[in-house]
Design a protein around this ligand. Structure first.
Ligand code: FAD
Ligand code: 2HG
Ligand code: ZN
Length: 483
């Protein structure tokens, strides 16, 4: 459990500032009613509960720029918030009651889709699923895909450099962005909505903003890359013999046809048991329970690609080698959806099972099996009866090395051990040349880890960049950089 203080009552904004903001943003542009603010003051994991005097909802880049300029002059701290699905408390105002929330929810237009340039210009408040659907409507694909896609926004996924299920094929959010429109902390606007594949014109400020978690500037719109839509697909759920067998299966697919692998996701027996227990309609399409599973998702834009053939050949080889124990190939869209649901519902099932501690770690792909084995053993020794729930993006070396409380243990007593649990995993991940945050970011939860892992010249350079762009330290204070 993070160390936090109870929220203090919000400090109202000065009346003159309020009046000036109202004249810029209009009646729909400022929320101060406590019951309307309430959903914006707690995070998805329930780790943080903040306080805030107001939430600003600008309807345009011009409005946002003018409002931010006023707040900057008045020295008011600002916390950008998209869909509020951060796993690290990144979009939470703190307990001081002074931080204003900035929501981009009214900036939710798709400004343009160009199937020749293969680009989409989307405002920051566009929900990820809406962007995917708009791309599909134009006969294209926007490939970023994650469990929170019905709520997470374009501004949020870019600001966290989100990964998700298809990174193995298409890259993180960064790789899917060509240009950005940005509002700086003092209200300055950078119009970088260039749809260019090549653009080496000075420092790549757009890339500095991606993954900055709202500490350097506000993303207001983005040029996103589109891809040809898939016309052939094959999806299977496999029970595999071990973590090593899962990696070996990944290599078999990659060696045969690297471009065909759209997702390669690992799940443990513990996690799948929780999905079966808590998720309505979940059913295992295999003959029996296993300790390890993988979801293999192959896709191609070629209508004649024989992906089912590829799937069958590779699985046959792996069955003969004793790596795959059983496999179910989706025969219909409904079965495809049902298999993906078993994977996507892992976070929800873990939440319903009780208290858990998340470790969003990455290691070189070759070291994933060793990492899972060593962390699982160390965690069970640290807290007897606890249940490791490793799952996630094996093809990227990114496993959510989560730990569920022992059955019957007081959740608060388990969460009191959060620091020990994270330290235990991080020590092993560090030995394996990994990272303490693969895709969820640093947010409010992990600045201390950033100091420990990225100290010296690297952290110093980060601090100098922050001081140069936000000299008053008003944008998302307390996030990413340690105090
Ligand atoms: P928020 O949570 O609102 O904000 C995230 C951060 O970005 C905060 O620091 C905030 O201040 C900042 N921010 C938001 N909008 C802007 C903006 N316009 N300009 C500047 N800063 C801004 N993440 C993954 O990477 N991969 C996954 O597979 C994945 N799966 C998830 C599954 C579930 C069920 C949930 C709840 C979360 C998951 N996440 C995953 C984490 C989260 O969804 C992503 O990090 C997502 O990118 C956050 O988007 P959001 O709009 O909700 O941003
Ligand atoms: C996922 O891959 C998300 O489902 C969430 O990144 C991971 O709940 C988690 O730990
Ligand atoms: Zn993930």
């Amino acid at each position: 459990m993070p160390d936090v203080n109870p929220p203090r009552p919000a400090t109202p904004l000065p009346a003159t500032l309020m009046a000036a903001l109202q004249s810029i943003l209009g009646p729909r542009g400022i929320v101060t009613d406590p019951s309307d603010l309430e959903p914006h003051l707690s995070d998805w994991r329930g780790l943080y509960h903040g306080a805030s005097p107001a939430m600003l909802r600008p309807a345009s880049t011009g409005e946002l720029s003018a409002a931010l300029k006023l707040l900057y002059e008045a020295g008011i701290p600002v916390v950008p918030q998209g869909g509020n699905t951060s796993m690290v408390g990144g979009a939470m105002p703190d307990e001081s009651g002074r931080q204003v929330i900035l929501s981009l929810s009214r900036m939710n237009r798709i400004r343009d889709i160009d199937p020749v340039d293969m680009t989409m210009v989307a405002e920051a408040g566009v929900v990820l699923k809406t962007a995917q659907d708009a791309a599909a409507g134009a006969g294209c694909l926007f490939p970023l895909s994650l469990g929170a896609e019905g709520t997470a926004t374009i501004g949020g996924v870019l600001s966290t450099n989100a990964g998700g299920n298809t990174t193995v094929r298409y890259g993180n959010a960064r790789e899917l962005m060509l240009g950005l429109e940005i509002v700086l902390p003092d209200g300055g606007v950078i119009n970088g909505l260039r749809r260019l594949r090549k653009d080496n014109t000075g420092y790549a400020l757009r890339h500095l903003m991606v993954g900055a978690e709202g500490t350097l500037g506000i993303v207001t719109a983005a040029v996103l890359r589109l891809f040809p839509r898939p016309r052939s697909e094959a999806i299977a759920l496999c029970a595999v013999e071990s973590e090593e067998a899962a990696l070996s299966l990944f290599r078999r697919f990659r060696d045969r046809d690297e471009g065909a692998v759209r997702a390669f996701e690992y799940m443990s027996g513990n996690g799948m048991d929780m999905v079966m227990r808590h998720i309505d309609g979940a059913a295992l399409p295999l003959s029996e329970r296993a300790d390890h599973y993988v979801l293999v998702d192959l896709a191609s834009s070629r209508p004649d690609a024989d992906l089912r053939g590829l799937m069958e050949v590779v699985l046959e080889e792996a069955l003969e080698a004793g790596e795959v124990l059983d496999a179910a190939l989706a025969e219909s869209e409904a079965q495809r959806h049902a298999i993906w649901r078993l994977r996507e519902e892992h976070p929800e099932a873990q939440k319903k099972e009780g208290a858990s501690v998340k470790n969003d770690v990455s290691v070189p792909v070759s070291k994933v099996p060793e990492m899972i084995r060593r962390c699982s053993a160390a965690l069970m020794e640290l807290i007897p009866g606890s249940r490791p729930v490793p799952f996630g993006h094996m093809g990227d070396g990114n496993i959510h090395m989560n730990l569920e409380q022992p059955e019957g243990m007081d959740p608060a007593a388990f969460l009191a051990r959060s620091h020990d649990i994270m330290d235990c995993v991080n020590a092993i991940v560090r030995e394996l040349d990994g990272s303490f945050s693969a895709e969820h970011g640093v947010g409010r939860l992990k600045p201390d880890m950033l100091a420990e892992w990225r100290g010296g010249a690297e952290l110093d350079a980060m601090r100098r960049i922050k001081a140069a762009l936000d000299p008053k330290g008003l944008l998302n204070p307390g996030k990413v950089l340690p105090a």
